[in-house]
Ligand binder design. Structure first.
Ligand code: CP3
Length: 343
């Protein structure tokens, strides 16, 4: 590895760094005024499906906030779409699926072939973005975990409990595993193509892992994320973000992933202990804390940095940035990290 390796990739590989890199989950949307202008002009999937728009949105936070990595503008729900499920993005509501997956015939009807063709617009956006990004800023590609994708496909919308998705799994585990296998298969194909198109690292969002018990997590989520990680880890660094699943930190630290996302319910100390310091950790400021007064935000950010330490660490929030977060506070958070050294 030469010295030109970007900071973000150095940290993911566990190489020594002068300061931790920083990026922010959901940095490419939600709070930047320029993004809101585009949002009012083009509907959500038009923004995802037009490589010029996806590239422009991906670059916005890099130019305006100065983060150390970019994440391609897209959504985890392009996978159900590619399988033949119609997903709408409703204003002030979120994802909506009129005909969710509930029966065996629904699962059998899902098509996992031709991802190259069906999600061609994502791969074109990745290629275009790579051309425009400065060389020292890596591009992150992503997908939802099979469990999190199942949650939306079966529930048909967002939910606090994903009760319909959970009872689907508990009433007919065989069918649930058939669906999870199908999602896993297409996700691996999709991420391989994203890597071929040029992403430098991949993050798996298991945003709804935390609705499962520890035992059920090991049945319905962990094995499928492990399968994706096994298929891809030799190609590019993989970051796994299992929200609300501190119980899985130890298992994830042993499967050869490069990074592990930590939410704010778990302390840095506990996460380091559970992972045996085997893996780069990423996180974990509560996104709501970006609404705190600036002095307090600086103090909390420094505390987070001191607790995780400089090495094997990527500074981030513990979940996606919230709509209406003041842009100035995002800059304060990022600048505090960039000027940090804990010696
Ligand atoms: O930095 C980025 O924003 C990159 C692109 C990105 C989006 N979604 C764009 C988006 C990423 C990485 C995602 C991931 C995603 N999508 C997750 C996992 C991360 C997480 O927050 O837990 C999940 C669960 C989804 C599903 C999804 N997409 C929901 C629940 C919603 C509605 C609520 C909301 O705003 O998050 C979306 C819509 C969506 N995806 C928007 C954006 C910018 C907002 C809608 C719009 O811009 O019109």
């Amino acid at each position: 590895m030469n010295d030109n390796t970007p900071l973000f990739l150095r940290a993911l590989q566990g190489l020594p760094v002068d300061r931790p890199p920083v990026w922010i989950m959901r940095q490419a949307g939600r709070y930047l005024p320029d993004f809101m202008t585009l949002k009012n002009k083009y509907d959500f999937f038009t923004r995802c499906q037009t490589p010029e728009l996806a590239t422009e949105i991906t670059l916005m936070p890099i130019k305006q906030i100065g983060l150390d990595a970019a994440i391609i503008f897209s959504d985890i729900l392009v996978i159900p779409q590619a399988m033949g499920v119609n997903v709408e993005m409703k204003n002030n509501f979120g994802p909506f699926i009129e005909f969710p997956v509930r029966k065996k015939s629904d699962v059998l009807g899902l098509n996992t072939s031709n991802v190259e063709e069906k999600l061609d617009y994502v791969f074109r956006a990745v290629k275009m973005t790579k051309k425009e990004l400065p060389e020292h800023i890596p591009l992150i590609g992503f997908a939802g975990s099979p469990w999190t994708i199942l949650c939306y496909m079966v529930q048909g919308s967002g939910s606090k409990t994903f009760d319909i998705a959970k009872s689907f799994c508990f009433e007919n585990p065989e069918l649930a595993h058939m669906l999870l296998e199908k999602i896993t298969h297409i996700t691996i194909e999709y991420l391989k193509k994203k890597i071929e198109a040029g992403v430098d690292a991949v993050q798996i969002f298991d945003s709804w892992g935390g609705v499962l018990s520890h035992t059920d997590y090991n049945i319905f989520s962990f094995p499928y994320i492990k399968k994706i990680n096994d298929a891809l880890k030799a190609l590019k660094p993989i970051i796994i973000y299992p929200k609300g699943c501190w119980h899985a930190i130890n298992s994830y630290s042993k499967i050869g992933a490069s990074g592990l996302g930590i939410d704010w319910s778990c302390s840095a100390r506990n996460a380091r202990y559970l992972s045996g310091n085997n893996i780069t950790l990423q996180g974990n400021m509560d996104p709501s804390r970006l609404f705190s007064p600036k002095n307090e935000l600086i103090k909390l950010t420094k505390e987070m940095l001191n607790e995780f330490g400089n090495q094997k660490y990527i500074a981030n929030l513990g979940h996606g940035i919230l709509p209406n977060t003041p842009v100035d506070n995002v800059k304060v958070f990022v600048d505090t990290i960039k000027s940090f050294s804990n010696d």
